[in-house]
Write a protein that binds this ligand. Structure first.
Ligand SMILES: O=C(CO)[C@H](O)[C@H](O)COP(=O)(O)O
Length: 226
């Protein structure tokens, strides 16, 4: 039997949403499932919430589903943030940014009282690194930034979309850095951030409070003590 694990994780996460909350909304297909579940609760229960969206794509879907949105101009922190991931290890460290929204996602997830990651089982890894680390860079001189990234021992690829350079919601480029195996995510993130031209990396460490993983229909909740 085939399970829609993204939907199963999303359905579990939406139970954490309470009346009056300000919600950080990440991005990606798992978060889209969450938005559908949230819209159902708003319709069925008259739940009053507002969301801050991490990407233009999530924002469009939220608007279509009539989920009320707000911005950092009104709230500088959120009660809860729900976001997806590309990889998650046993320490609940993440590699994110497959959809190219890592900067805004990190900004929202960091100011959440509770940050919950939702994912299907295949995102669980023993060590991060199989999924290339997305690094958002300033377009000016990206070739020089790329060379300096390579000096950290990775294979790099400038992200393209339909044959054109992919441009993030912040008008920057993304260089995907393949390390294959990351032994120390904290140190690697710090080294990447020291390179001039790097805006942010898709390595999220010590941020997650709870991970809801659905694997073949079974829900696993991993908790962190921050
Ligand atoms: O970090 C992200 C986007 O920048 C997403 O959360 C990540 O790519 C997971 O996406 P999906 O839920 O579609 O598997």
């Amino acid at each position: 039997m085939e399970y829609n694990d993204k939907l199963i994780a999303a359905r579990e996460a939406v139970r954490y949403i309470k009346e009056g909350m300000v919600i950080g909304i990440g991005s990606g297909s798992t978060v889209n499932e969450f938005l559908y579940c949230l819209a159902d609760r708003i319709k069925e229960e008259g739940l009053q919430i507002v969301g801050i969206s991490a990407s233009k794509k999530s924002e469009r879907l939220a608007r279509k589903l009539k989920i009320p949105l707000t911005t950092f101009a009104s709230y500088q922190n959120v009660d809860i943030s729900i976001d997806g991931t590309d990889e998650i290890d046993e320490q609940l460290h993440l590699v994110k940014g497959g959809g190219g929204s890592l900067v805004r996602e990190k900004m929202i997830d960091l100011v959440a009282d509770t940050f919950i990651v939702i994912a299907s089982g295949e995102k669980k890894v023993r060590k991060l690194g199989t999924f290339p680390v997305p690094v958002e860079v300033v377009p000016f001189g990206w070739q020089a930034t790329e060379q300096r990234l390579q000096q950290l021992g990775c294979h790099t690829k400038l992200r393209l979309l339909n044959g054109e350079i992919f441009v993030s919601d912040n008008q920057n480029y993304i260089i995907d850095c393949e390390f294959k195996k990351i032994d120390d995510a904290v140190t690697l993130h710090a080294s990447l951030k020291q390179i001039v031209g790097v805006i942010e990396t898709g390595i999220f460490t010590h941020m997650v409070d709870k991970a809801i993983i659905a694997d073949n229909g079974q829900i696993y909740v991993m908790k962190n003590i921050r």
